[in-house]
Ligand binder design. Sequence first.
Ligand code: ADP
Length: 362
Amino acid sequence: MANVSLQQIGKSYGGSVAVEAFNLEIRDGEFLVLLGPSGCGKSTTLRMIAGLESITTGDLLIGDTRMNNVDPKNRGVAMVFQNYALYPHKTVSENMGMALKLQKMPKADIEERIAGVADMLGLTDYLERKPGSLSGGQRQRVAIGRAIVRTPEVFLFDEPLSNLDAKLRVKMRMELQELHDRLGVTSVYVTHDQVEAMTLADRIVIMDGGVIAQVGTPREVYDKPATEFVAGFIGSPAMNFMTMQLASDGSWSSTESTLVLPELPGFDTRGADTVRVGIRPEHMTILDASAVGDDPWVLPGKVMLAELLGADALLTLSVCGEIMTARVNGVGYPEQGQQLAVRLNPEQLHAFDRESKKALQV
Ligand code: ADP
C-alpha cells in the first residue's frame, strides 16, 4: 500500500489543456473517487498515475518515489478498465495470471495466488472458461481479480461498472466496497456517476474543466459545496438556483420572478448586491395554501407537474413565478394544478458569488 501525491500535475494535448495544476495527497489505504462530467479530465488524471499518459508538468509520487518517467509496470499500480480488456482466447485463469507469468513467478505460486483471489471473488468454478462464456459481472470480476493477483500498492479504476446494468452495478458496488475493506489498498476510482462516488468514496474530488472544483468527504460536498458547479452536480434532482438582488430594506428579490426572501441568514454578502441562491429539492417543506401569512419563508406556489418515483414524488412548482423542484413523500402528495405553500428552510439555503461562482462564507 502507498500514498499517492500529485503535485501541480498538468496535461496538455498540443495546445489544449486537459488537466491543470492538479494538487492532491491521496492517503495510504484511501478510496478516492474522481467525479465530474464527461471531458473534465478524470481519465487523463488516472492515466497519468498509471503511466499510460505522459505528464506534461508537475510531479507524481507513489510512496516516496517520483514516478513521472517510470514504466507503467514498475509503478506498483494495477488498473481495471470499463471494457474489462480481457484476452478472449485465454481462460479466466490465464487472464488472471498473465502479469505474474511475465514477471516469471513460479507456476505453483501463480496458481496458488489465482486460487485465493478466485475464491475471494466467487470465480473458482469459472477458472477454465473463456471470457466469452461469462456474464458482464463475471467478466468485470475477472478484470478485478487480474488486478488483485498482482498485489499492487494502488488500484486504479476507470469507470469499471459503466457497462453493467443498473441492478448489477449496485451489487458490484457492494463487492468493491467489501474488497476495499478487506484489502485496504489505496484506490483511485473514476466515475461520472455521483451515486457511485457518494457510496464508495472516502473522499471525492470533483473536477470541472480540467481543474479541481472541490475535495471532500461525500457529506462535505453535499452539505457544503464549494462552488455553484459542485452544488448543481451533487444531488439528484439538482439543486434549485435563483438569481437574487438586494433591496434597500435588506430583503432579496429574484431577478426572474416575484419571489422575495426576507434575508440571507448567515452569509457574508458584503460587497455583493446580486447573488445566486440555491436550495435542494429535499429542503423545501410543502404546506397547505392557507399557511401563507406570518412566516416570510412560507411562499405561495402551484404544482405544475407531479411525478411519482416510488417512495418519493417530485413536484415541479411555480413559487411566486419561480420554477422549482421539490422532493416529497410518495404518499399523499399534492396533484398537478393544486395551490399550496412552500417553506424554503432558511438554514438549508446555499449562496454563491455571481461572478466567481464560489460559495459565500457563512
Ligand atoms: P473525462 O475522463 O473526464 O471524460 P478526459 O480525461 O478523457 O475526460 O478528457 C479531458 C480532455 O482532454 C477532453 O477535452 C478530451 O477531449 C481531451 N483529450 C483526452 N484525450 C485526448 C487525446 N488523446 N488527444 C487530445 N485530446 C484529448
